[in-house]
Design a protein around this ligand. Sequence first.
Ligand SMILES: [Zn+2]
Length: 137
Amino acid sequence: MDEMLPPDPARLRVILAHLDKQMADHETIGTYLRLQRDAVQAAITNAEIRRKPPAAQPPQQGLRRMKLKPGTYMLEPKIQPDHPRPAYVHVGGCSAIERPASECTIRQAELSLTQQAVGAQACPTCRPDMTLGIDVA
Ligand SMILES: [Zn+2]
């Protein structure tokens, strides 16, 4: 591999920066696709629920307590691409998750909150942007 590379550090740094950017772009696309995939999965689940007769209600267990799991993050996708409720990033264990969400890495949570292409927002209840140290204002 290094026989193909230029010998000088200046050009090597340019190549390195290019590869880093490529990796970040691909990660963004991967996160975006994952959110899209989760939205489709949620739509399938919703469609299947609508076809079933209503199940008996489980007994009420009083107020559900929020038990956050610091260091874990969840991606809650949009129901449909044009649905007004945005995709949300949550801290694991957040009780404000309304749709089927999937666990994601810290890096994916950061990318979801910082990349316009993904368009996810920080959940106002569990504030993952605070725990990630991201300024999303
Ligand atoms: Zn939340």
